[in-house]
Write a protein that binds this ligand. Structure first.
Ligand SMILES: Cc1ncc(COP(=O)(O)O)c(C=O)c1O
Length: 400
């Protein structure tokens, strides 16, 4: 008898696992591997935020809290939405979870029934389709390729919506492409949403603060206030505040949805870590200037990677507006043979050969639903990025 649930069998094993395991194995064997697959900033959590966490421990703020967050954090989140996005939420419209990941999972679990469809643009963050499947829904994947700079067009969105569509998930700036919607592009998508009143919108804004070249971030509830009553705006402290391990994310939306998510969380994990909640209060209410300083570093690294990858003619990548990823298309390399004799049949084959023969770990596009491509995370040192790009160029030049 299979001891696992039918629900779990609907979910794919982590598509990045094979390459991560191979990289770990090679490192353990003493091979020189440059890892460009991490999904987190390589900066430390700022000192004042760490201090707030320590203070919480030392002043006894170590007990259970309300299931979906302390009042002080919810107030800080409401103030953040007012300050950064011009959105007016009340604390009752806010849910705090163990990362944006839990908030998204709660929303899908709380709302999906078998047969409900969720529209997701590809390339997508790896967890969206599997979360939808876990919640009993059906992911509807809409390709948003390099021709549209990895952005969903209003026409493609309209064509994907059916009477069964329950949610559309938007992620801007995006993991894995760094593409972000400008105000007019977002307005065109929200106009489509306006014509489909049964469909809800989940906006994953986790990379909001990591943008470049004067790009002005916008979120759907701000662009189309009429949609706010069916929009869940998700954000968190992981990326901009370098707090991935603290596990605090949040969502804001209609009270009925937030109440349903609270009910679910109260029976699964209960409150997110109390100490981390107090650290997140410090993050959201304290100085914000280090974000611009970190972004200047990320921008320099982005340009190192773009310059390094574009040295190879067969690799094409649009300039990302935000996040810390470059998504490189490699259609021109499929079918070639590597120096060690591996045939590059697809992007997983490319990533494996690149790792084995050149010692660079990247994530193949298959993980994100749009191939052939690979994702580079530039949350790494300038020196590591330069060395990795040189190895990639050399590897590609040697393909026959
Ligand atoms: C697009 C996207 N959304 C959400 C998350 C979740 O982040 P967290 O759970 O750390 O808030 C991530 C993390 O990698 C992400 O890339």
């Amino acid at each position: 008898m299979n001891p696992l649930s039918a629900t779990l069998s609907r979910v794919r094993p982590s598509p990045t696992m094979a390459i991560t395991a191979l990289a770990a194995e090679m490192k353990a064997a003493g091979r020189d591997v440059i890892g460009l697959s991490a999904g987190e900033p390589d900066f430390d959590t700022p000192a004042h935020i760490r201090a707030a966490g320590i203070r919480a421990i030392e002043t006894g703020r170590t007990r259970y809290t309300a299931a979906d967050g302390i009042a002080e954090l919810k107030q800080a989140i409401c103030a953040k939405f007012r300050r950064d996005n011009g959105l007016r939420y009340t604390p009752a419209q806010v849910s705090v979870g163990a990362g944006g990941k839990q908030v998204i999972y709660n929303a899908l679990m709380a709302t999906l029934n078998p047969g409900d469809e969720v529209v997701i643009a590809a390339p997508y963050w790896v967890s969206y389709p599997d979360m939808v499947r876990l919640a009993g829904g059906t992911p509807v994947i809409v390709p948003a390729g390099i021709e549209t700079a990895f952005k969903l067009t209003p026409e493609a969105l309209e064509a994907a919506l059916t009477p069964r569509t329950r949610w559309v998930i938007l992620n801007s700036p995006s993991n894995p492409t760094g593409a972000a919607y400008a105000w007019d592009e977002m307005a065109a998508l929200t106009e489509v949403m306006m014509r489909h009143p049964q469909v809800w919108l989940l906006s994953d804004d986790i990379y909001e603060h990591i943008t470049y070249d004067g790009f002005r971030f916008c979120t759907p509830a701000e662009v189309a206030p009429e949609l706010a009553s069916r929009t869940l705006t998700v954000n968190g402290v992981s990326k901009a505040y370098a707090m991935t391990g603290w596990r605090i994310g949040y969502g804001a939306g209609p009270e009925t949805l937030i109440g349903a998510m609270r009910k679910l969380q109260s029976h699964s994990t209960s409150n997110p870590c109390t100490i981390s909640q107090w650290a997140a209060v410090a993050a959201l209410t304290g100085p914000q200037d280090f974000i611009a300083a970190n972004n200047a570093v990320f921008r320099r690294r982005r340009d190192i990677v773009l310059h390094g990858l574009r040295a190879t003619d067969a690799i094409t990548c649009p300039t990302p507006e935000g996040a810390f990823y470059v998504y490189a298309s490699i259609a021109g390399l499929i079918g070639r043979i590597s120096p060690a004799g591996a045939r590059i049949d697809d992007d997983a084959g490319f990533a494996t050969a690149l790792l084995q023969e050149a010692g660079v770990a990247v994530v193949p596009g298959a993980a994100f639903g749009l191939s052939p491509a690979f994702r580079v995370s530039y949350a790494a040192s300038d020196a590591a990025l330069k060395a990795a790009c040189a190895r990639i160029a050399e590897f590609c030049a040697a393909l026959r």
